[in-house]
Design a protein around this ligand. Structure first.
Ligand code: UDP
Length: 237
């Protein structure tokens, strides 16, 4: 049985302070994807957009139409998809297919279960942009929905810190890192930030395990092997 994994590529994994689209950041993602392929994983990725725009932030700034703000956010994820797909090709990563859940056929193929599932089955890398295709969500929800649809038991979300902490480690020096967490624990403790609540509820219901670690091939592979020395696993266990 083919091992499948779904990665969340947040906007911050692609954009630096200097460049909205930073080739060196994309190369870091490429190294992870290549390492996963080498270990025999079929890899799918859901693209974030936060390096360009988040709907919520635009609304907080006084833009009143939340639907349009989210549409702009979904378009940002498509820009990231185009950017990552092309830089992966430039980096000689073979068999990269970009799909979008938002109709934008002149730029990229519309997501379809059959097409994406068969691309994965043939060992290709599948990138999915356009979020869920609907406003009112974030790509956290997009990634767990796509993990379910593409038969991926694991979602890996890479972040600046090496896992999930009891408090924000950037603000609280006493924050401690969890190695494992259950969805029940996460649901009752508002200080624990893993993903947004809608995404967590869906992942729990579909029994998808979410892993959080830093964006290095070693940490991602270790977490998938159950080694939580540099990451956190969130599951129903
Ligand atoms: N978005 C949306 N529907 C979706 C997914 C995303 O409307 O299903 C919009 C939303 O405005 C979100 C933005 O796209 O803020 C970018 O996604 P996200 O904030 O998840 O990006 P990330 O933080 O992962 O970079």
């Amino acid at each position: 049985m083919q091992k499948r994994v779904m990665l969340k590529i947040s906007g911050e994994q692609l954009g630096s302070e200097e460049y909205n689209f930073d080739i060196n950041y994309a190369k870091r993602v490429a190294a992870i994807l290549r390492a996963l392929q080498d270990k025999g994983y079929a890899v799918a990725c859901v693209m974030g957009g936060g390096n360009i725009i988040r709907g919520k932030k635009l609304s907080e700034n006084g833009f009143t139409n939340k639907v349009i703000a989210d549409q702009m956010g979904m378009l940002a994820t498509i820009q990231n998809g185009l950017f990552l797909a092309e830089t992966l090709k430039q980096d000689d990563v073979k068999g990269v297919y970009l799909f979008s859940n938002l109709a934008i056929e002149s730029l990229t193929e519309r997501f379809s279960y059959k097409r994406a599932d068969s691309k994965l089955a043939n060992g290709n890398i599948v990138l999915i942009a356009g979020g869920t295709g609907k406003p009112g969500f974030t790509t956290d929800t997009g990634v767990v929905i796509q993990a379910f649809e593409l038969h991926c038991p694991y979602v890996i979300k890479t972040t600046k810190v090496d896992g999930v902490y009891s408090k924000d480690p950037a603000k609280d020096p006493n924050a401690t890192r969890y190695t494992t967490l259950s969805y029940d624990e996460v649901a009752i403790n508002k200080d624990i930030q893993v993903m947004d609540r809608a995404a967590l509820a869906f992942a729990a219901d579909k029994d998808i395990t979410v892993g959080i670690c830093q964006p290095t091939p070693e940490d991602v592979l270790a977490l998938l092997d159950g080694d939580t020395s540099h990451g956190t696993l969130v599951s129903n266990a």
